[in-house]
Design a protein around this ligand. Structure first.
Ligand code: GTP
Ligand code: MG
Length: 239
């Protein structure tokens, strides 16, 4: 049985954290969770502490001092995953936008020898988004087309935050090369993986807009992404 780690970054997810951790642990006995909490004022970390003692050895937590951004939270989590020798390392949001039921299909696909990364994808056949406004749909779909045009990546959902990495992929990366701290981090990780020659596959998911808790999304994210993706295209990740 492989060692599998699901990294869940959190900032004020008190309404979701117990439900999501419990759902992940129930999905498969091989699944362990690492919460990377950025000092959430709502007490998310206290709840994770309880979950740790209730589920010995299967729940882990890294606490950071303040809201330091999604990208750096994941990098902290990836380093933990590599150091503790997990075979497969996932990224997943705390707010149930990413269906827990896709974890096992993603793991299966990722275990194929030619595969390095598997994306839980909204934009492949069978994928969908529920509850989004037309505006947000167009923004997200437009972003995916922009990224594919600029980078030449074939991935249909390059901004997706639901991802499974084979350990070898993360271990091959110099994580200090990653420039983005916000959501464009997701694009950069996929680009870096393809630059290193790893194959990315996609599993269809239905993305569900958050029902509990509040969004951390703002427009600075888009500024970072639009210019940043262009710059990224001209950086050399292979040195
Ligand atoms: N540790 C950490 N987690 C974060 C940070 N920003 C967001 N998150 C978490 O990252 C995940 C994705 O953030 P969301 O607020 O759901 O972003 P989103 O999905 O684009 O926005 P919504 O549509 O409102 O859900 C959630 O689990 C958040 O709690 C951060 O700065 N640090
Ligand atoms: Mg969300």
């Amino acid at each position: 049985m492989s060692k599998n780690l699901i990294i869940v970054p959190t900032y004020n997810e008190i309404e979701n954290i117990r439900l999501i951790v419990t759902a992940i642990l129930k999905e498969d006995p091989s699944f362990e969770v690492l919460v990377v909490d950025d000092g959430s004022p709502d007490g998310t970390a206290d709840e994770v502490q309880k979950l740790k003692s209730e589920n010995a050895g299967r729940v882990h937590m890294i606490q950071r001092s303040g809201k330091l951004g999604l990208g750096t939270a994941y990098i902290t989590g990836f380093k933990y995953g590599i150091e503790h020798n997990y075979d497969y390392i996932f990224e997943m949001d705390a707010d149930f936008s990413h269906p827990v039921s896709a974890l096992k299909p993603m793991l299966m696909l990722c275990s194929e020898p030619d595969t390095g990364v598997v994306v839980g994808s909204r934009y492949v056949k069978g994928g969908d988004i529920s509850n989004w406004s037309t505006y947000r749909l167009m923004l997200s779909f437009g972003a995916s087309i922009y990224v594919r045009l600029i980078t030449g990546m074939r991935v249909k959902d390059p901004t997706a935050g639901f991802v499974c990495y084979k350990k070898e992929v993360l271990a091959a990366m110099d994580l200090s090369m990653i420039r983005f701290i916000g959501y464009a981090f997701q694009i950069e990780m996929k680009y870096y993986a393809t630059q290193l020659g790893f194959k990315i596959k996609e599993t269809p998911i239905t993305f569900i807009d958050r029902e509990l808790g509040t969004s951390k999304m703002d427009t600075s994210i888009f500024k970072e992404a639009v210019i940043g993706v262009l710059k990224m295209r001209f950086r050399n990740y292979k040195r």
